[in-house]
Design a protein around this ligand. Structure first.
Ligand code: NAD
Length: 473
């Protein structure tokens, strides 16, 4: 039977449950209401925590192989419903169907591949005196707080590491995009004991209830840096483990030896994908002065052909901004084009329409101090900046408070590596950007976060390290 994408419930203790009140978000392409979702209460959360604690007693004792088996069956269930999830994702998030399908496909891949990573037990000492083994033990109950830009992949990217390592997880989707998150937990019901994977949806006050809850042992949070600071302060009270994946203002440095016709399509896609609402999109594009004019001309002619519109239309590349709050933020940032006397090379103004649409906009060499360079836009507006001196451009790239990721685009491998080696960021790429893999840890430096997700290191962040001393007697 195809997945029902018209009715939505919290998933608590293996059951679909409702709450006394409901709410809905809107489809950002036309502002029509999406279906009602529950508004979880403190009591709902308490029940979910209590169910997770009970489930943890047995789930944590299962072998990795047993947990892997359940996860692989879950992957099949997600894959069997990928078309329904893709359509739902476009309806709630706004991203074009093609990009929604890629996100759902990645979620299936992550579900299958994360549990192939072996969690090692390492013998640190083995002599006449003692054998000492370092091993990883699960934490207990994890809270997964998910943002609205990648609601499927980022939920799965927390659920699977949590449960594979023996924890139970409670997912809290963003109030702007609650739908796919609830369905992911619903799809898990037949494959896991009650309480292992749960999801509760609510309003703005639900996140703090999770971070404050004494029964939750770890919070994995993805969202803005401002909220990340609040999450960490709140988690400190109960000494919860915390992983924070926060905002970025990624720089890409383009050297003068690149093949323009080859790199421009890649750079353009990696600046405007999902209407630039991705933490690791290129948000500052530094182009060598020797090629700047030709680059800008070619870049603009490429980007101006990106079709903007409803994500359900076959050729759309730039869908709407996901929500009204972010749309208003984009309009405010666009107002700085006039107030700061900036020069748009493409676009530059937003016209209100039936959805939250923003045209791709490129700003020609704005000052470093301008808002469009300093702030994370999370909207399709990109500053292209000139550089000539290597040390200077590295300093400018590294000047941001955030340091999520950065890239260098260069044919000369030695020069590329020299520049890359000096860049701040949890991910640094040469001749690409926004490459991710379930096997590769990712996370931010500086104000872009604490800790990592994915890869062996990401998995062990759902565990405590335990040193087992076996005295030889
Ligand atoms: P947000 O911080 O507003 O919200 C993120 C989540 O936190 C939502 O589920 C929200 O309901 C919840 N929340 C809000 N206040 C809370 C509180 N006080 N305590 C606990 N939870 C709370 O972020 P957003 O607007 O949904 O997402 C956009 C931001 O996320 C951007 O800055 C983007 O760069 C960042 N992001 C980072 C990554 C990464 O991996 N580094 C990935 C995607 C998005």
């Amino acid at each position: 039977m195809p997945l029902d994408t018209t009715t939505f419930h919290n998933v608590i203790n293996g059951e679909l449950t409702s709450s006394p009140s409901t709410r809905h978000s809107i489809n950002p392409a036309n502002k029509e209401p999406n279906p009602e979702v529950p508004v979880a209460t403190q009591e709902d959360l308490d029940r979910a925590v209590s169910s997770a604690k009970t489930a943890f007693k047995t789930w944590s004792k299962k072998s990795y192989a047993e947990r892997r088996k359940a996860i692989l069956a879950y992957a099949d269930a997600i894959e069997a419903n990928k078309d329904e999830l893709t359509a739902l994702l476009t309806k709630e998030q706004g991203k074009p169907l093609t990009q929604a399908a890629v996100e759902v496909g990645m979620a299936v891949t992550w579900t299958r591949q994360l549990p192939t990573i072996e969690i090692p037990e390492t013998v640190l000492q083995d002599d006449d005196n003692a054998k000492v083994i370092q091993r990883y033990v699960p934490l207990g109950v994890a809270g997964a707080i998910v943002p609205w830009n990648f609601p499927v992949l980022l939920a799965i990217g927390k659920i699977i590491p949590a449960v594979y390592t023996g924890n139970c997880v409670i997912v809290k989707p963003s109030p702007f995009t609650p739908y796919c998150g609830l369905k992911l937990a619903e799809l898990a019901i037949p494959h896991f004991p009650p309480g292992v994977i749960q999801a509760i949806s609510g309003g703005d006050d639900l996140g703090p209830l999770l971070t404050e809850h004494p029964g939750i042992d770890k919070i994995s949070f993805t969202g803005s840096t401002v909220t990340g600071r609040r999450v960490m302060a709140s988690c400190a009270k109960t000494l919860k483990r915390v992983t924070l994946e926060l905002g970025g203002n990624d720089a890409a440095i383009v050297c003068d030896d690149v093949d323009l016709d080859k790199v421009i399509p890649n750079l353009a896609v990696l600046s405007f994908l999902t209407s630039s609402q991705i933490c690791m999109m290129i948000k500052r594009l530094y182009v060598h002065e020797k090629i700047y004019s030709t680059f800008l001309e070619k870049y603009v002619s490429f980007v101006k052909n990106f079709p903007v519109g409803d994500g359900t239309a076959a050729d759309t590349f730039i869908g709407p901004i996901q929500n009204g709050m972010q749309y208003e933020k984009a309009k405010d940032l666009f107002s700085s084009i006039k107030s700061e006397n900036l020069t748009p090379a493409l676009g530059g103004s937003i016209t209100d329409s039936k959805g939250f649409f923003v045209p791709p906009t490129i700003i020609d060499n704005p000052p470093e101090t301008s808002r469009v360079v300093q702030e994370e836009p999370f909207a399709p507006i990109l500053p292209v900046l000139k550089w000539s001196d290597e040390d200077d451009v590295v300093a400018r790239a590294n000047a941001a408070d955030s340091a999520l990721a950065a890239s260098v685009w260069c044919k000369d491998p030695e020069r590329a590596r020299r520049i890359a080696d000096q860049l701040d960021g949890g991910s640094v790429w040469i001749n690409t950007h926004f490459e991710v893999s379930p096997f590769v840890p990712f996370g931010g430096h500086k104000a872009s976060g604490i800790g990592t997700e994915w890869g062996l290191q990401g998995l062990t962040q759902y565990c405590n390290s335990q040193s087992l001393w076996i005295k030889k007697v």
